[in-house]
Design a protein around this ligand. Structure first.
Ligand SMILES: Cc1cc2nc3c(=O)[nH]c(=O)nc-3n(C[C@H](O)[C@H](O)[C@H](O)COP(=O)(O)O)c2cc1C
Length: 198
């Protein structure tokens, strides 16, 4: 589930919440999964991966990850991302474009402190996306961390990423095939609304 905190009153945020509530009511599984696409300027390469969206706080979408991971390097080299959700239970796709940044160390420490020690041991012990000899080695590193590390202290290589979309597209599939595509683009601090042909 996504936690909404003091949600921004502007239309695209309210529409996001409205569609989210509809998907929850329709029993949508994995509703917090969001695909994040990034561009790594040094490698001249585009990549995508799912993450779990944890919070929408006012106008910030927040997820957590490893700050030494390939995604973090991409965000560092080029801060623009595209984010994507699809909720099949209501046949709605939401596309977003945004700049991404890290959340503060204070924020990360607080969030980490409240998480389970099991989750934290994995965050501490995993050098995310680095190659390793075997899956057994992953488990061994995890068990070592569970026994030996301070599981309430967030390491500097782990924390949140936050993005504030400047572009939303709400796509609603209809049985008639006359699908609805509604765009919100922030221009000079004002959301301009338009429709696209399906
Ligand atoms: C549904 C789903 C949710 C995921 N949530 C996260 C997440 O919140 N944070 C994270 O670091 N990885 C998450 N992952 C794993 C990422 O997709 C990815 O494998 C990992 O972050 C490494 O990505 P990178 O090599 O591009 O940095 C999730 C995977 C799936 C399928």
């Amino acid at each position: 589930m996504i936690q909404f905190n003091n949600l921004n009153q502007e239309i695209p945020y309210q529409l996001f919440k409205e569609k989210y509530d509809e998907a929850v009511d329709a029993g949508q599984k994995g509703i917090e999964a969001i695909s994040i696409s990034s561009y790594n300027k040094e490698k001249d390469e585009v990549d995508s991966r799912y993450v779990n969206l944890k919070f929408i706080s006012n106008d910030e979408f927040i997820f957590f990850s490893n700050y030494n991971s390939p995604k973090a390097s991409s965000f560092n080299s080029h801060s623009q991302i595209a984010a994507l959700v699809y909720w099949p239970s209501i046949n709605v796709q939401i596309r977003m474009k945004a700049e991404i940044k890290k959340t503060s160390n204070d924020y990360n420490q607080k969030y980490f402190f409240d998480r389970s020690e099991e989750k934290n041991a994995l965050a501490i012990s995993s050098k995310q996306s680095k190659s390793i000899d075997s899956y057994g080695q992953v488990k061994e590193n995890y068990n070592k961390s569970l026994k030996n590390d301070d599981l309430k202290k967030c390491p500097e290589y782990w924390g949140g990423f936050s993005f504030t979309p400047y572009h939303f597209e709400f796509w609603e599939g209809h049985e008639s095939r006359i699908n609805k595509r509604e765009i919100f683009e922030k221009i000079d601090c004002v959301w301009e609304q338009s429709f696209l042909q399906p």
